[in-house]
Design a protein around this ligand. Structure first.
Ligand code: ADP
Ligand code: MG
Length: 451
C-alpha cells in the first residue's frame, strides 16, 4: 500500500482521536503527525520530534492502535518516527470540515469548505508586533475586500515568520464569505501543471483556476527558473488579475531578489503591494509564547517564558519548537517547569547538532584569553565592567557548550550562586540582540573553541 493510503488511514484516525484525546494533548502531540507509509502489518506515522514520538508510544499507543483497527478493520502495528515538515496539504482538518473518506485534501482543491486550509492559522491567533503589523494589516484588508485593494499582495520574509499563517488566515475569511478560494504551494502548482500536460488535461487545469475568486500561492520562489510553469502561472495570473480576482503570493525573498524569475512575472508582482515580515522583537516573542500557552491551556512561570523568549531566534517556528520541547520534557519526566530545566532541555538540543562538546576548562581559558585577563581574574572577585562582561560571556558559553547546570557553572566560576549564572546568561542573550560587537565577540570565541 502506498503513501496516499497511509495518509488516508491516519487522517481518519486523527478525526476519530480528536474526540478521544484531550484537546491540549491532541494539539501538542497529534495535530502535526502524518501518515507516512503502510504495509501489511505496520503503519508508519511521522511526528515532529522525538518527544512526540515518545509521548505517543508511551501514553496513548493503545488508543491509537484500537482506533486504527476500528477504521481499517485490521490489527496494524503502529511505528512512530521523527519526520519534520509534513506537507501542509494534509494538515489536520477538524471533523466538521472533512469526512474521513475525503480526508486527504489536495491543497489545490477549491476550498469552499475550507479544505486545505489549516484551522490553526487564523487572524485571531496571529500575534501582531512591529515586525509583522504591516503584513497583517495588508492581509486583513485583502481578506475584507478581495480584488479591490492590493492586487497582488506579496508577502515575503525568511522562513518561519508567519507568511503561510497569514495566507491561510486570508483563506478562512474569504471562504467564510462564500468566496471560491484556492490555496496551494507553488510546488503543487508546478506538479499539477506538469501532470495536466502528461494527461492532456491542460484545459481542465486552466478552467480550475478561472473559477477562483481568491488564489493563494505559497512560496512562489519555487517556480523561478522553471520555464513552462512560470509561463502557465503568468497566464493564470493575468486572467485572474484582469477579472479583478484576488491573488496573494508569498516568497522567501523580495521579488527583486528572485533573480531566476521571468521579468514579466516579477514586474507583475511589483505592481502590487509588497510587504515583508521581520524577525519578531522580544516583546512580540513573549506575546507569541503566551498566546501558544493559552491555546494549549497550559501554564508556565513567567521567568521561564522570558528565558525562552530571550534566546536568540531566527524565527517563530524555532521559538514554538523550544516551547513545545520544554512542555514535552516537563510532561514526560513529570517535572516542574523551571528556568534551569528549560535551559537544560534547550541546551541539549544545541548539543545534539554539535559534534564535540568542548571541555569546560577550554571554554574558560579561551574566554579569559580573548578578554585578556587570566583565569584567576575570571573566577575571582573583581567586578569591574570588563571582567564582569568576560565572566558573563563565560557563563553563557559554558551553558551553550556543555550540559552543565547553572549551579555547576557557578561552581566552576569561583563558587557563584546559580541565580547569578542565570542572570549572567540572560544578560548575554539579551545583549546579543542589540549589540553587534558582543555578537561578533561571541562568534569569534566560538570559532576559536571549534578549532
Ligand atoms: P513561513 O510561512 O513564513 O515560513 P509560518 O506561517 O509557517 O512561516 O509560521 C511558522 C509558525 O510560526 C507557525 O506555526 C505559525 O503559526 C507561527 N507564527 C508565525 N508568526 C506568528 C505570529 N505573529 N503569531 C502567532 N504565530 C505565529
Ligand atoms: Mg510558509
Amino acid at each position: 500500500m502506498n503513501q496516499q493510503t497511509a495518509q488516508t488511514i491516519w487522517q481518519s484516525t486523527l478525526v476519530a482521536l480528536h474526540g478521544k484525546v484531550q484537546r491540549p494533548s491532541f494539539d501538542t502531540w497529534l495535530r502535526d503527525t502524518t501518515g507516512l507509509s503502510v504495509d501489511d502489518s505496520t503503519l508508519y506515522v511521522g511526528a515532529p520530534n522525538a518527544f512526540a514520538v515518545e509521548w505517543l508510544e508511551k501514553r496513548i499507543y493503545g488508543v491509537i492502535e484500537e482506533t486504527v483497527e476500528a477504521s481499517t478493520g485490521k490489527a496494524l502495528e503502529i511505528r512512530f518516527q521523527v519526520a519534520q515538515n509534513g506537507p501542509l496539504a494534509i494538515a489536520f482538518q477538524s471533523p466538521a470540515q472533512v469526512s474521513p473518506t475525503h480526508a486527504v485534501a489536495s491543497s489545490l482543491l477549491p476550498t469552499h469548505d475550507g479544505v486545505g486550509l489549516n484551522p490553526r492559522f487564523n487572524f485571531e491567533n496571529f500575534v501582531v508586533g512591529k515586525s509583522n503589523e504591516l503584513a497583517q494589516a495588508a492581509a486583513r484588508a485583502v481578506a475584507r475586500e478581495p480584488g479591490r485593494t492590493f492586487n497582488p499582495l506579496v508577502i515575503y520574509s525568511g522562513v518561519g515568520l508567519g507568511k503561510t499563517h497569514l495566507v491561510h488566515a486570508i483563506g478562512h475569511v474569504a471562504t467564510a464569505c462564500g468566496m471560491n478560494v484556492l490555496y496551494g504551494t507553488a510546488e503543487r502548482f508546478t506538479n499539477e501543471f506538469i501532470q495536466s500536460i502528461q494527461r492532456g488535461q491542460t484545459e481542465d487545469f486552466r478552467q480550475k483556476y478561472r473559477q477562483v475568486d481568491v488564489l493563494l500561492i505559497d512560496d512562489i520562489q519555487f517556480i523561478a527558473g522553471k520555464g513552462q510553469s512560470q509561463e502557465a502561472f503568468f497566464h493564470t495570473f493575468n486572467e485572474l488579475h484582469t477579472a479583478n480576482r484576488q491573488i496573494v503570493l508569498t516568497s522567501d525573498r523580495p521579488p527583486k531578489a528572485l533573480t531566476l524569475m521571468d521579468d514579466r512575472l516579477r514586474s507583475r508582482f511589483e505592481g502590487g503591494l509588497l510587504v515583508d515580515i521581520k524577525t519578531p522583537e522580544l516583546e512580540t516573542r513573549m506575546a507569541i509564547l503566551n498566546s501558544k500557552l493559552e491555546a494549549l491551556g497550559t501554564y508556565m512561570p513567567p521567568d521561564v517564558l522570558e528565558f525562552i523568549a530571550r534566546r536568540v531566534y531566527k524565527n517563530v517556528r524555532e521559538l514554538e519548537g523550544s516551547l513545545n520541547r520544554v512542555l514535552a520534557y516537563a510532561d514526560l519526566m513529570s517535572r516542574p517547569i523551571t528556568a534551569e530545566m528549560a535551559s537544560q532541555v534547550l541546551a541539549d538540543i544545541l548539543l545534539e547538532t554539535r559534534r564535540h562538546a568542548v571541555p569546560t576548562e577550554q571554554v574558560m581559558t579561551t574566554v579569559a584569553a580573548f578578554y585578556n585577563i587570566d583565569l584567576e581574574t575570571l573566577t575571582g572577585r573583581r567586578r569591574d565592567k570588563h571582567t564582569a562582561m568576560a565572566r558573563q560571556v563565560a557563563m553563557y558559553l559554558l551553558k551553550e557548550a556543555s550540559q552543565r547546570s547553572f549551579s555547576e557553572i557557578g561552581r566552576l566560576l569561583g563558587g557563584r550562586d546559580h541565580t547569578t549564572v542565570i542572570h549572567g546568561c540572560s544578560k548575554v542573550v539579551q545583549g546579543m540582540e542589540g549589540d553587534s560587537q558582543l555578537r561578533a565577540d561571541i562568534l569569534a570565541i566560538q570559532e576559536r573553541l571549534q578549532q
